[in-house]
Structures are given as structure tokens and as C-alpha cells.
Ligand binder design. Structure first.
Ligand SMILES: Nc1ncnc2c1ncn2[C@@H]1O[C@H](COP(=O)(O)OP(=O)(O)OP(=O)(O)O)[C@@H](O)[C@H]1O
Length: 609
């Protein structure tokens, strides 16, 4: 609830205007039955046409006030609820941006999506409906009962009795439905997870002929949700029937008692309709409120779930240190080529000359990034994934990491990007402990090509601009040329060619090359290629690495690879096994000294050359 108050706080004026409009609606609504009674008692029975007309006009004004208030109130409610939804959604999204990989895993992707979309929709709907339907209830109940008592004490007492029964019933129904709604939110999480898995993994499901198995799994998850929804609907239906039944009984009882009272000359005839109207009004509002009240526990759960995301302290926190101006970034921005500079655009070599590269180093040892006896353990793991990692990536040099699957290669890249923090030892960038830096500063200086080349829906150009918002067409052409992505010029829309979500309308190799081009749009001090050449044929792989050389000559390059050909000419090769460095050196040195490397090399290269 704290989150809701915090979110609503900036909209005090809007809240006040909404309440004022709703109050106008309630006042007009409550005024009408009393006037109607007066009209019947004094106008109809005595035939006073003037009184009927004047009372009718006053009723018309009251109705207009009520309708205007309702219209304005509902509009303002909708606005308020939309603002609340938008602000909570933004807060959840902003908070999640600061999460490390393990922070995300704590919630899970499915749950994060449910929280951001469904949970906030529930909150938004509840804020709107509860403001419209629940806030006026106390005023309607108290004022309606007081007015009914004023008209006739016995009729008022009967009405109070009926209203009390309806209220008790409403409270019981809400209490029974609330836990089911809470469960339903968990079922939505599960549906999300299973659905995502099925949609993303549809090809695997088909390839293994597991359609029936998955249908069963989906069926079970959907059934759980459906069963809970049916239970809630039963309660709703019961509430509905019982409330209408009570309303009718109340009307009959009030008519019967009213008739007797009028017969005994204890009450005027018009008062019957007024009391009946008050009773109907009160019960109608209570009925509406109880339906909305059923949503409240669910909205509270949703609020708690959003608050969990917002209040979670990210495990990676920015330090207050700063890096000196980026070598690559600064140099790049000074010499950005313009479209006019484009000589032989797209032709690799010529364009390459126009492209900036990082300026010579200011760091005497040329070290850009360094692992100093670093180790790392995942939060949910029993033992370290990386042990005593100790090496440096130097400007102008290519460092390569090779090792079997699961040996910890990608984890090293993630530590450099501060997607995780080392749990032992130190990782440095430009002599500064990564923990002392802001994540933004650090990542500004690193260009990263992830193992899974992910492209965003949009166009080729919009994806390239992800690496540099102000990129010119010449720069894009150049980056594509270096990344051996000439296939783009074969597409009918060239740079404006559409890219589907995840880049699924391109082949694996094309995606990798576009992801490399995107990274090259950034003028970085450290380029990390995490298994980024794996889907390329040997010829393209070699051509790409050749084109990369001048591009990154003043930056440090870290290549993670499984293929020995890719790293053969690296200045330094790190051999990783089970998270430990087994060897360090050039290819020739490692062939002499490192058994693990020799095994890898021999298994991939004929004769172990
Ligand atoms: N989020 C995680 N939680 C727990 N353990 C993890 C997590 N991510 C990776 N691991 C474990 O850490 C180890 C190293 O993973 P990593 O992805 O760094 O290996 P890799 O050498 O890059 O493998 P590959 O070449 O197959 O990509 C693996 O054993 C993996 O199971």
C-alpha cells in the first residue's frame, strides 16, 4: 500500500477534483428521492401543478449535477488510474534495469513480465473502479439511512436491517474470494512461463514431436487457472443472485410496511417511494462495491509484487569513482566521418581508412582491463565458477580465451561488463576497481558482442544505431563492411530492411555479423567478442578478423572462442578448464607447455599444426 500512496502523492489535486466530482454525483443522487416524495405528497395528491413543475425543475437540476459529477468523476478516475499504472510500470522497469543477471533470476522472466503487464493492469483497474464504486459507499449508506429515518423511523429501521444483512453477506463473499484471487496471480505467472517456453521453443517441440506432451503441460496450467476462475465466478454468481433476491425482498417488505403505515395515516404515500429508492440505491452501491472489493485483495498482492521489484536492492551498486575520458570514445567522436567523406562506401578497405580508431594509450602498461586473482560464485551455486583468474587485456593486443563448454568463458566477459561482481580478488578497468565505477561509465567504454546475437525489432539501421545514436550512414556502411555484412546491400530496402524480433528473419551467421557491426558502431577501449564468430564459415571468419585488426588497433580485444583457428594469432591465449586458467601464452608457447591446449588444438587441427 505504501507504494500506492507514494505513487498517488504527486496527484493530490487530481484526487481532490475526483472526490469533489463524485461528491456532486452522490449529493444529486441522494437529493432526488426526497424531492420525488415531496412531489407526490404535496403536488400529485393535492393537484398543485405549479409545485410539481418547480419541484420537477429542481429534480432536473439535481439530476444534471449527479450526471455531470458522475461523468467528470469517472473521467478523472480513469486519468488518475492511468497515471498510477504508468508510474508504477516505469518504476518497475527502471528498477529492473539496475538488476544484475542473478537479480533477474530471483524473479524469473515470466514473473517479471506478469508483474510489469498484468499486475499493473489489475492495480490500475482496481484504483479506477474502487474510486468510482467504493468511495461513495460510506456517504451513500450514512446519508441514505439518515434521510430514510427522517422520512419515517420504522421504514428507516427496516431499511437499515436489510442493508446490514447485505453488508455482512458482502464481507463474507469478499473474504472467501480474496485467497482465490491471490492464487490466480501465481497461476498467471506459471502460464506466462510455460507459454513463453512453448512459443520460443516451438521448433524444438516440433522437431522432437512433443506437441502432445506440451499440450498436456499447457492444459494443466490453463486448467489450474480456469478452475480458480470458475470458483471465483461461482462466488460472483452467488453474490449476484443473493443480492438481487435481497433487493427484491427488501422492496416487498418496504412496500408492505409502507402500505400499512400509510393505511394507518402514520406516513404519507410519497414517502414509500423515497425510502424504497434509498434502499435500492444503498444496496446497488453495496453490490457494486462488493464486486470491486473482491478485486482489492488481488490488487494488494499485485502491489506487493511490484514493490518487491522496486524495493529490491540491486546486487551490483554503482561506485562513485569515474574513469578518465575514454580513449576510444574521445578519439572516435573527434574524427567521425561524415556522409560526405564516403568515398568507396561499403567497400571495407576504403571506408576503413575513414573510420576512427582509439588514440594511443595514456596508460604506461597499456593495460585496459585486468583480472587480479579474481574468483566468482553464482548466488545459487555451491562452489566457485571461476578460480583465481589472473590476466590482463592490453591496448593494441588481442587476448583470446578458449576452453570447453561450461569452463567459465562467458562468465569472464560478464564480470568485465559488471553484469556480475567478482566474489574474490579484483577486476580492474584502466587501473580502477570495477566496483568503484558507475556501470554506465564502464559500459560506455566497452563494445560487447554477446554469445547469442540478439537483434531488436526495427530495421538494420535502427539496430546499428543502438551502438551509436548519432551514427551517420557512412559509419554504418563502414561497420557493415568490416563485419563482412555485405549481404545487407542485397536486401531490397538495404539499411532500412526490416528486422524481426530477435533478428529471426536473418540466419545465425548474418545475425552474428550484424551484432558485430552494431558493436563496431561504438568507439570502445575494449571489444569483447563472446563466441561471436562461431556461426561464420572459415573464410568469412578470417576476413572479418583481418578487417577488425586495423579497426581495433588502439583498443584491447578479447575474443572468446571454441575454434582454434579464430584465436590462433592472438597475442595472448588463456586456456580455461573448469573455471581455472590452465595455460597462458601464444599459440606456439601453449603448444609447447599446455597439455589442455594441445589436446584442443590436436582435436581441431590436422596434425596439430
Ligand atoms: N546463472 C547461473 N547460475 C548458476 N550457474 C551458472 C549460471 N550461469 C552459468 N552458470 C554455470 O557457470 C559455468 C560457466 O558458464 P559459462 O557460460 O561462463 O561457460 P562457457 O565457458 O561460456 O560455456 P559455453 O562455451 O558453453 O558458452 C557453467 O558450469 C554454468 O553451468
Amino acid at each position: 500500500m505504501k507504494l500506492l500512496w507514494q505513487t498517488i502523492k504527486p496527484y493530490k489535486a487530481l484526487v481532490a477534483a475526483t472526490l469533489a466530482a463524485l461528491l456532486l454525483d452522490v449529493a444529486g443522487t441522494l437529493y432526488v428521492p426526497t424531492m420525488l416524495a415531496g412531489m407526490i405528497n404535496q403536488g400529485v395528491t393535492s393537484g398543485g401543478t405549479d409545485f410539481i413543475v418547480s419541484q420537477g425543475l429542481r429534480m432536473l437540476v439535481a439530476c444534471c449535477c449527479a450526471s455531470g459529477g458522475a461523468l467528470l468523476g469517472n473521467y478523472l478516475c480513469a486519468r488518475l488510474a492511468s497515471y498510477v499504472g504508468r508510474d508504477i510500470r516505469n518504476a518497475v522497469y527502471d528498477a529492473s534495469l539496475a538488476y544484475s543477471g542473478s537479480d533477474f533470476e530471483e524473479f524469473g522472466t515470466g514473473s517479471m513480465i506478469t508483474r510489469t503487464l498484468n499486475d499493473i493492469n489489475v492495480i490500475q483497474q482496481t484504483v479506477m473502479l474502487s474510486t468510482q464504486a467504493m468511495l461513495p459507499v460510506p456517504i451513500i449508506c450514512v446519508m441514505g439511512t439518515v434521510l430514510a429515518f427522517q422520512i419515517d423511523a420504522q421504514m428507516g429501521a427496516m431499511m437499515l436491517a436489510v442493508v446490514t444483512v447485505v453488508m455482512v453477506f458482502a464481507v463474507i463473499a469478499v473474504r472467501r474470494a480474496a485467497p482465490i484471487f491471490e492464487k490466480m496471480q501465481g497461476f498467471i505467472d506459471r502460464m506466462n512461463v510455460v507459454l513463453r517456453e512453448n512459443i520460443i521453443g516451438v521448433r524444438v517441440i516440433r522437431a522432437f514431436g512433443k506437441e502432445h506432451h506440451e499440450e498436456g503441460r499447457m492444459g494443466r496450467v490453463f486448467s489450474d487457472y480456469a478452475n480458480a476462475a470458475i470458483k471465483v465466478n461461482w462466488i460472483f454468481a452467488g453474490v449476484d443472485c443473493f443480492s438481487f433476491c435481497l433487493m427484491n425482498i427488501a422492496e416487498v417488505l418496504l412496500m408492505w410496511l409502507g402500505g400499512n403505515r400509510v393505511g394507518a395515516h402514520a406516513m404519507e404515500i410519497g414517502n414509500i417511494s423515497a425510502v424504497v429508492e434509498y434502499a435500492m440505491l444503498i444496496m446497488f452501491y453495496i453490490m457494486m462495491a462488493q464486486f470491486v472489493a473482491l478485486m482489492v485483495p488481488r490488487a494488494i498482492v499485485c502491489l506487493q509484487r511490484c514493490a518487491e521489484v522496486i524495493n529490491k536492492q540491486p546486487s551490483i551498486v554503482d561506485g562513485d569513482g569515474s574513469l578518465p575520458a575514454g580513449e576510444g570514445v574521445a578519439a572516435g567522436s573527434e574524427t567521425l566521418p561524415t556522409d560526405a567523406d564516403a568515398g568507396d562506401e561499403g567497400s571495407g578497405e576504403g571506408a576503413r581508412e575513414a573510420m576512427p580508431s582509439a588514440s594511443p594509450t595514456v596508460n604506461a602498461s597499456n593495460v585496459v582491463a585486468e583480472f587480479d586473482h579474481a574468483s566468482f560464485r553464482f548466488a545459487d551455486a555451491d562452489e566457485d565458477t571461476l578460480h583465481d583468474i589472473d590476466f590482463a587485456c592490453r591496448r593494441g593486443q588481442t587476448t583470446a580465451i578458449i576452453g570447453s563448454t561450461g569452463s567459465g568463458k562467458s562468465t569472464i566477459a560478464k564480470l568485465l561488463l559488471r553484469l556480475h561482481d567478482a566474489t574474490g580478488g579484483t577486476v580492474r578497468f584502466e587501473d580502477a576497481d570495477l566496483r568503484s565505477l558507475t556501470q554506465h561509465d564502464l559500459r560506455e567504454r566497452i563494445a560487447y558482442v554477446p554469445q547469442k546475437a540478439w537483434l531488436f525489432s526495427g530495421t538494420v539501421a535502427s539496430n546499428l544505431r543502438y551502438g551509436n545514436e548519432r551514427a551517420t550512414e557512412t559509419e554504418m556502411r563502414h561497420a557493415l563492411a568490416v563485419a563482412q555484412s555485405d549481404f545487407v546491400w542485397g536486401l531490397s530496402e538495404k539499411l532500412e530492411a526490416p528486422v524481426a524480433q530477435g533478428g529471426t528473419n536473418f540466419s545465425g551467421g548474418q545475425r552474428q555479423r550484424l551484432a558485430i557491426a552494431r558493436a563496431l558502431m561504438k568507439h570502445a577501449d575494449l571489444y569483447i567478442f563472446d563466441d561471436s564468430f562461431s556461426a561464420l564459415d572459415f573464410k568469412t571468419d578470417a576476413a572479418l578478423r583481418r578487417a577488425l585488426k586495423p579497426e581495433t588497433r588502439n583498443a584491447a580485444v578479447l575474443i572468446i572462442a571454441q575454434r582454434i583457428n579464430t584465436i590462433l594469432h592472438a597475442d595472448q591465449i588463456i586456456v580455461l578448464k573448469d573455471g581455472r586458467i590452465e595455460g597462458k601464452g601464444t599459440h606456439e608457447e601453449l603448444m609447447e607447455t599446455c597439455e589442455v591446449y594441445r589436446e584442443i588444438a590436436n582435436s581441431q587441427m590436422k596434425g596439430g599444426e
